[in-house]
Design a binder for this molecule. Structure first.
Ligand code: PHE
Length: 347
């Protein structure tokens, strides 16, 4: 058979196109493909006989056969794709998972206790009108020390067992040892009045014990305004203590020293492990230090270009991990870092 008659050619193409559309599987498709392109192909046979035609007819028939072959090839590969990858509907239902079953075998996670504590502390201070700010974990000497009234060789630098980064200029970059550098950043970028808390991770070359881990978290507080007194600081801390630890918590401020506050104090609460009787966690004192505080030293205002004659302020820095430890009476702080699910799941 040959298809020199154009209407025969068209009819043969239409019949095959129909079978391609109806092909139920890749096997059907392979058989049809053989018919179109294989040794028995009427299209190829026709093309082979073109030489016997009138010269004038040859190009016309040749083009007609080629066009038919191209269209059928397109249909074949289209249908092959459809059969190989199931339609979207089918695919979706094949991939559907029964999540109910999954939930039954896996337990849901939750935020780490320290993250929960940070969020609750932020909430307490947001409620008092403070905003929340953050700063970088790697700091320069200026922010971590110098602007905080600790020039090079100041003995108070020794209070902060610092991890330095190895850089071409040793001693210039460090993991921040406290969140106080964020105070400096804030005062450099904003004009007073300022009121913000600044939570974040800090690092010190400390040996871990029941109350310390080398990596821990602080929440810094800063309030700058006209006529701020130590009474404002004490009142704020008292409001915070009863909001976070409950109205029956007992706390105290003890005179202390920080280069960036004057006067300075340490903020302590009654140890919740022993209710003040003295235990291993509080080293027998009955009190746990939660952090330091004081009135912003005029030298710090000078460093950031705020006029200390006009502006006053208070600052504090509390350990978030310590707060969580005391709130939940956790005897050893190292448990917060060990990632033992039997411990973490209790909170
Ligand atoms: N940055 C001090 C520390 O980490 C705490 C502190 C903050 C003290 C703000 C006073 C004012 O020990």
């Amino acid at each position: 058979m040959s298809l020199f008659d154009p209407s025969l050619l068209a009819a043969a193409e239409a019949a095959i196109a129909q079978r391609i559309a109806e092909a139920g599987g890749l096997d059907d498709l392979r058989a049809i493909e053989d018919e179109v392109n294989g040794r028995e192909s009427v299209f190829l046979a026709t093309r082979a006989e073109i030489g016997m035609l009138d010269k004038d007819l040859r190009p016309q028939v040749g083009r007609a056969v080629n066009d038919a072959l191209r269209r059928l090839d397109d249909l074949l590969s289209q249908r092959r794709d459809e059969l190989a990858s199931p339609g979207e509907e089918q695919g979706l239902s094949a991939e559907r998972m029964d999540l109910g079953e999954l939930m039954a075998v896996s337990r849901r996670g939750h935020l780490h206790l320290v993250t929960q504590a940070q969020m609750e502390l932020e909430d307490v201070f947001l409620g008092m009108g403070f905003s929340v700010a953050e700063g970088p974990e790697v700091e320069t000497d200026w922010y971590n020390f110098e602007a905080l009234n600790m020039p090079p060789d100041h003995p108070a630098r020794g209070m902060f067992d610092t991890f330095y980064l190895q850089t071409p200029q040793p001693g210039t970059l460090m993991l921040r040892t406290h969140t106080s550098p964020v105070q400096v950043r804030l005062m450099e970028s904003e004009r007073p009045p300022i009121s913000a808390v600044m939570p974040g991770v800090v690092h010190r070359r400390d040996t871990a014990d029941a109350r310390h881990t080398p990596t821990f978290h602080q929440i810094e507080g800063l309030l700058v305004d006209r006529g701020v007194t130590f009474g404002d600081l004490a009142g704020t801390i008292e409001a915070f203590t009863s909001a976070y630890f409950g109205p029956s918590a007992r706390s105290r401020l003890r005179p202390s020293y920080f280069p960036f506050t004057e006067p300075s104090a340490e903020f302590e609460i009654t140890c919740t492990i022993c209710a003040g009787a003295g235990c291993r966690t509080c080293s027998g004192t009955g009190w746990i230090e939660l952090g330091g505080c004081g009135l912003v030293d005029p030298a710090v205002f000078d460093a950031v270009g705020i006029d200390p004659e006009e502006w006053t302020g208070f600052a504090f820095g509390f350990g978030i991990d310590r707060c969580a430890q005391m709130r939940h009476s956790i005897a050893d702080m190292r448990a917060l870092m060990e990632n033992d699910l039997r411990f973490l799941e209790q909170f």
